[in-house]
Design a protein around this ligand. Structure first.
Ligand SMILES: [Zn+2]
Length: 286
């Protein structure tokens, strides 16, 4: 009898969930070109959290939040999400979840421009465009700074979605790189608001392709880009709050009419701004 009681105690002791049963809150699948919040729940306060998605490391806030993204052209298939908790008691624990990346069908968009506007025939213009593109890419590589995306994102301007994210663009019959943002048509002069709190990491003055351009960093390599602005109302290094006016809608650079080109990246993964947490309303918009 005593032996039975001991066995029962042993079973109860070892089958009881540990007091520190941390879990991951993340969907089982996500589409190409989408960013989703990961939440690490019920971990020991003070634990050091590190994560990897398909072996690529990603940062996690001290309270267990990360934004995970797959690029618009990431091949579909299975991926492994891992979070390691370096607990203050010295034990470390790794949580693993399989995630499926779903293929997304992108639109095809045929654009016709007068031949003179298709490519930068002027060598100086081509060289300038190369330098400006490199400046934008350098801004995309910023990682330091305050994290400002915890409460989600908001649409920077209301208007008609004139070109969706990921469109395969065929310019005068020739395939070009896919549309890495979304275009929102709005009257010239309409205020453009910051999608989330962040820091201004680039102000491009009248860039040949993107016109007047603002790039914000929201922490952890989460970036938003606003192009073709008529005017810019912030300076490099400024801290901005969510909803703060960063500029006004225009048609500067290579643009056929007043609109905002809004791009978002998560550690250089190109994601659909309209599907960001807080922006997506669950409605089918395209
Ligand atoms: Zn665009």
């Amino acid at each position: 009898m005593i032996r039975f009681a001991c066995v029962l105690c042993w079973l109860l002791y070892f089958s009881a969930p540990p007091a520190e049963a941390a879990t991951l809150e993340f969907p089982a699948s996500l589409d190409q070109g989408t960013a989703v919040f990961l939440r690490v729940l019920d971990f020991v306060p003070g634990a050091k959290l590190t994560g990897s998605f398909n072996t690529t490391p990603f940062p996690i806030t001290d309270d267990g939040l990360a934004l995970i993204a797959v690029d618009m052209e990431t091949p579909p298939g299975d991926r492994t999400l891992q979070v390691t908790l370096g607990n203050p008691n010295g034990r470390s624990e790794t949580l693993t979840q399989q995630v499926v990346v779903n293929k997304r069908d992108y639109h095809e968009e045929h654009i016709t421009l007068p031949e003179g506007r298709v490519s930068l025939s002027d060598k100086k213009d081509a060289e300038r465009a190369r330098r400006e593109t490199e400046a934008i890419r350098a801004a995309f590589r910023v990682r330091d700074g305050l994290v400002g995306f915890q409460s989600g994102f908001s649409q920077p301007v209301q208007g008609r979605l004139s070109s969706v994210f990921g469109s395969r663009r065929i310019l005068n019959g020739t395939p070009k790189s896919p549309h890495n943002g979304c275009d929102i048509a709005a009257p010239k002069g309409t205020q453009v608001h910051a999608t989330a709190p962040g820091t201004v990491v680039l102000v491009g003055k009248n860039y040949i392709l993107t016109g007047n351009t603002v790039v914000l960093h929201h922490g952890h390599g989460v970036i938003s880009l606003y192009a073709h602005l008529d005017s810019v109302l912030v300076r490099k290094g400024d801290g901005v709050s969510q909803g703060q006016t960063v500029g006004r809608v225009g048609t500067t650079g290579r643009s056929t009419g007043p609109h905002l080109h809004w791009g978002t990246l998560v550690r250089e993964q190109r994601v659909d701004p309209m599907r960001l947490p807080g922006v997506a309303k669950g409605e089918k918009i395209y």
